[in-house]
Design a protein around this ligand. Structure first.
Ligand SMILES: *[C@@H]1O[C@H](CO)[C@@H](O)[C@H](O)[C@H]1NC(C)=O
Ligand SMILES: *[C@@H]1O[C@H](CO)[C@@H](O)[C@H](O)[C@H]1NC(C)=O
Length: 329
């Protein structure tokens, strides 16, 4: 399968749509990490965050973020969840770093930066006729870890965008060549839950992955993690186009992009999620056979773009920097 065309997307949308796909604008770009380093202002590395304005440095698991938030950057206006990843930087041949901007998926209108979020029932074209249990208030999880040095999780991938609709091939490491329309970072989360714990010390062991990457059906959940939850995924479009001048790339031919925790291979890519849908909105959507008529409330692009939070970490993230934010060398 090559480029995923708009016509194909519309054709699928016309059949039994088995996923929620929506855009959320950027809420904030800051050194905060409420799951891994709760309370740290600043945290070790920079993140880009989307979703509700209940996001802050602590995010106490006993409080429901949907109760605290008053606006969201997501087009579904009942979704006050937060979703975040590391931030991509370009490291020029002279050793200085420049933050790479994000741009929205072409299908989703003029949102400011942000990401595309998916909640799949089973796969792109079928709901699988299985019960999908929505996450509960206080639920959180992460996928991937910065320390990882190999690309073994099939759900963590990159696509070198030839145009905005390119979806294949996917690679485990950053693309090695300039990408004409930027780089898409993909994070698929596990969809099997232990049914008991809203979180776990490593933010991952309460979940189990039976997926093999992509938007295909995951295998059956094991007895240890028997509850099927929505298959959550993020797509982030990094606009690397301003950095495609190869004379600025490393002289040894390696690629110049690094994650904000100084990862030039890309294997340490990670995503974080705090559930925050209001009431039973997500459960109702997952229970509906056709997600086209899911009854979820939406808001305009302008409303999504207007939701932001205050910067509690005030530091330069946008000049040509001699070190990455929070890194000493
Ligand atoms: C985060 O928000 C909660 C609830 O409003 C509040 O109790 C907490 O102090 C906030 N944390 C920070 C670091 O602002
Ligand atoms: C490093 O290279 C970038 C890209 O050409 C340039 O904008 C920046 O000013 C340079 N910085 C230094 C310190 O030479």
């Amino acid at each position: 399968m090559k480029g995923f065309s708009l016509a194909a997307a519309l054709a699928l949308a016309g059949s039994s749509q088995a996923y929620l796909r929506f855009g959320c604008a950027t809420l904030s770009v800051q050194r905060l990490d409420p799951l891994v380093e709760p309370g740290a202002i600043p945290s070790a590395h920079l993140h880009q965050i989307i979703g509700g304005n209940g996001f802050n440095a602590t995010m106490d698991p006993t409080t429901d973020v949907a109760q605290r938030a008053t606006c969201t950057t997501c087009s579904f206006s009942e979704d006050f969840s937060n979703y975040w990843t590391a931030v991509l930087y370009f490291k020029a041949r002279n050793g200085t770093y420049k933050r790479v901007p994000q741009y929205p998926n072409a299908l989703l209108g003029d949102l400011k930066g942000g990401m595309t979020v998916y909640y799949l029932q089973q796969d792109f074209s079928s709901n699988g006729n299985q019960k999908i249990t929505a996450f509960k208030p206080g639920f959180r999880m992460t996928v991937g870890t910065p320390q990882t040095t190999s690309g073994t999780n099939p759900g963590l991938r990159y696509t070198c965008l030839q145009d905005v609709m390119t979806r294949f091939p996917e690679t485990a490491e950053f693309p090695k060549q300039p990408c004409p329309a930027g780089i898409m970072a993909i994070h698929h989360f596990p969809a099997c839950w232990d049914g008991k714990n809203l979180d776990s010390p490593d933010h991952q062991s309460h979940m189990y992955n039976t997926g093999s990457g992509g938007f295909v059906s995951a295998g059956a959940c094991p007895a240890s993690h028997p509850v099927r939850v929505p298959q959550l995924a993020f797509e982030t479009m990094w606009d690397t186009r301003p950095f495609n001048d190869k004379s600025l790339w490393p002289a040894d031919g390696s690629q110049p992009f690094v994650w904000s925790y100084e990862d030039s291979k890309g294997y340490g890519t990670h995503g974080d999620y705090v559930f925050g849908w209001k009431g039973d909105a997500l459960q109702r959507a997952m229970d509906s056979k056709s997600l086209l008529s899911n009854g979820l409330a939406t808001q305009t692009v302008a409303q999504s773009n207007a939701c932001t939070i205050k910067n509690t970490v005030n530091e330069d993230i946008d000049s040509w920097l001699t070190t990455l934010p929070g890194r000493s060398m």
